[in-house]
Design a protein around this ligand. Structure first.
Ligand SMILES: CC(C)(COP(=O)(O)OP(=O)(O)OC[C@H]1O[C@@H](n2cnc3c(N)ncnc32)[C@H](O)[C@@H]1OP(=O)(O)O)[C@@H](O)C(=O)NCCC(=O)NCCS
Length: 220
């Protein structure tokens, strides 16, 4: 009994797959990631290691191990509990085909999250990333009370820029030596959308920010 009661919230959140509902798109759903996803995430990343490497930070030698994936997913749970970030698996049918997250959330007068995502090479060019972006952005604005979501894209990543344009993001400009990718500080194009923007998939006009829609959004 003591062990169950003593179980910290982060541990509980990292293990319970159904703690939060999936977010539904028309062809993909976004499933809150838990430690139970470590093996499918590892397999997805192993299959796509060569493809994703040039777009990601340089990783340690043990990155593509089950222990490293579990460790990352515990951090995912801790971030969710602390309202720092929300990471989801992109699921098509029963298959985990990608990952998407709202990261580094800052509340107060910013109410901003940084968006990151990938879709496995086998499932590219079918609109899955665009749908996942649209779904997570709607969740960020409607459920999490965010005002702004931004994303940074390498200058040669035409597919990702196209995804963001289709999902209604606007290009804000170039940030020099913005992120360290595969060991080098690389220029990025910054994209953003705010809650007032019209959403292309629904044609719905944007709306005024309601910063009180999520409990944490009230914290200054
Ligand atoms: C970028 C990425 C997420 C796109 O996933 P996806 O599921 O193929 O995306 P979608 O199918 O929703 O849309 C891709 C769009 O880019 C276009 N595209 C793909 N490759 C392209 C290229 N080399 N040049 C120009 N456009 C390209 C597609 O035609 C499509 O546009 P369309 O619908 O107008 O035809 C995926 O390629 C990926 O995971 N890449 C590696 C990681 C990464 O770059 N993540 C983003 C970091 S900012």
């Amino acid at each position: 009994m003591g062990a169950a009661l003593a179980c910290p919230p982060v541990e509980a959140a990292s293990l319970s797959r159904h703690a939060e509902p999936d977010l539904l798109g028309s062809r993909v759903r976004l499933r809150p990631l838990t430690v139970a996803d470590a093996l499918p995430l590892l397999e997805l990343r192993r299959r796509n290691a060569g493809y994703l490497g040039p777009r990601e930070p340089r990783r340690g030698p043990d990155y593509l191990t089950l222990a490293a994936q579990e460790s990352e997913l515990r951090e995912v749970a801790a971030n969710r509990v602390a309202d720092r970030g929300y990471a989801f698996g992109i699921v098509h049918g029963d298959d985990l085909i990608g990952r998407i997250a709202l990261n580094n959330i800052v509340r107060g007068v910013f109410q901003n999250a940084y968006l990151g995502y990938f879709v496995g090479h086998d499932h590219n060019r079918r609109g899955f990333a665009t749908e996942a972006v649209e779904v997570i952005v709607a969740h960020g604005f409607e459920a999490l009370g965010l005002h702004r979501v931004q994303a940074a894209v390498m200058l040669d990543n035409a597919a990702s820029m196209r995804v963001l344009a289709k999902a209604g993001f606007r290009r804000e400009g170039i940030a020099r030596r913005y992120l360290q990718i595969d060991g080098t500080w690389v220029d990025h194009v910054l994209f953003a959308t705010t809650v007032e923007d019209q959403r292309p998939s629904t044609g719905r006009p944007g709306r005024k920010a309601r910063p009180d829609t999520h409990p944490a959004a009230r914290i200054i």
